[in-house]
Write a protein that binds this ligand. Structure first.
Ligand SMILES: *Cc1c(COP(=O)(O)O)cnc(C)c1O
Length: 188
């Protein structure tokens, strides 16, 4: 995935012209300024939401994105469930896990992961296809990547979204299915 957050419409166009078709954005408002027009020009593009989702942005997020990777609390899971009904639309979803148990980061805490995934899948019948995480900065990410892979396996989830510009090689070696690259592609 090319992470196009904070990049302009003009900077994103060349990647679309090259045929790249999966992008990530972390703010609903910013994505709304760029992507309706980009998607009209390049209709096969898949846009993933990778930021913190506020409940009051759920409606716009469900309308614009093709996947939301950051489901992390019952209130947002319920809001998405309601929005699927309202818009008569279903998107694949992923559960974000706060693998380093960092207070400043989003994501469901490891101790709550199993219950939360079961709640989303069994009670709300949400189409959870994978897990996503951002490991702590300045630490060896490998144990966190391995943990995330194990959670995916335990719950039979196909997608494992992990790895960014600085750690994507380790992430791939640990079984990542989606690496999310921003700086390394735009600053190259
Ligand atoms: C910004 C961001 C990325 C990309 O990070 P880079 O270090 O620029 O590759 C990946 N995932 C998330 C959730 C981000 O917010």
């Amino acid at each position: 995935m090319v992470v196009s957050k904070s990049q302009t419409y003009e900077k994103i166009i060349p990647f679309l012209e090259l045929g790249h078709n999966i992008f990530g954005e972390n703010r609903v408002q910013e994505a709304l300024l760029k992507w309706p027009a980009l998607k009209t020009k390049f209709p096969n593009t898949q846009l993933h939401f990778i930021g913190k989702l506020q409940t009051n942005k759920t409606k716009q997020a469900v309308a614009l994105f093709d996947c939301i990777q950051t489901i992390d609390r019952p209130s947002i899971a319920k809001a998405i469930f309601e929005e699927f009904k309202n818009q008569n639309k279903i998107l694949p979803l992923m559960v974000q896990i706060n693998v380093g148990e960092e207070s400043q980061k989003s994501g469901v805490m490891p101790c709550d992961v199993d219950d939360f995934i079961n709640f989303c899948k069994n009670e709300l019948k949400l189409p959870i296809i994978g897990v996503m995480a951002i490991p702590p900065a300045m630490k060896n990410p490998e144990p966190y990547f391995k943990y995330l892979k194990n959670i995916a396996k335990k719950h039979c989830l196909e997608e494992i979204s992990m790895g960014m510009s600085d750690d994507f090689k380790t992430a791939l070696a640990c079984g990542s299915t989606i690496v999310r690259i921003g700086r390394k592609v735009f600053e190259a």
